[in-house]
Design a protein around this ligand. Sequence first.
Ligand code: PGA
Length: 227
Amino acid sequence: MKKTFIVANWKSNKTIPQAEEWFRTFNSLQLTINKEEKEVIICPSFTLLPFVKESIVKSQLSIVVGAQNISSFDEGAYTGEINGKQIREFADYVLIGHSERRKKFSESEEMINLKISKAFEYDLTPIVCVSSLKQAKFLQEFKGNAQRIVAYEPLFAIGSGTADTPENANQMAGNIKDILGEIPVLYGGSVTSKNVKEFTQMPNINGVLIGGASLDAKEFYAIVQNA
Ligand code: PGA
């Protein structure tokens, strides 16, 4: 049976009280997650990493933590950067190369590859977002045996309410595996509790990356259940 990855990307949202509320609601729903079947990952802002980690441990939730970005440098004189060693204190995963970072923060393919190598150095599993096969071909640092994940996120589908078709997403996931080998490939872009299963049941798709819909605890609970 293939394992399904369900990744929540909270983006630049939530204060500590708002995250507290999210966990209160999520815990009240008493979801049981079978770790053999589903890997649930929450990627909050850096300011929330300690709180989210602590909440998960306290409530004994079968959820792990991811960061949304990583410095391409190690510790040192890099004002405003959060490095892999710091992230590793709280997280097991890290999102790299999200289209918002590529576009709004001018992240180049070279920088993305540097960040991937930093993730490996600090034993973090990179979840690298690509919106095209051309971007997938640039992931030179992705070869080898370390655990690594790609998320296919077509630009038109991100935050638009219009997801890609499951058939096309499946085709793209297959093409990405042809380029990068048999690694988990997720689909992201307007995933909700209503359409999640259409994607996770596809043979080449190993899970989903969720933005907007993950901000609501009840909706995220339904997504995890339905995936
Ligand atoms: P969305 O975002 O689920 O709000 O479309 C997905 C993403 O940007 O990762």
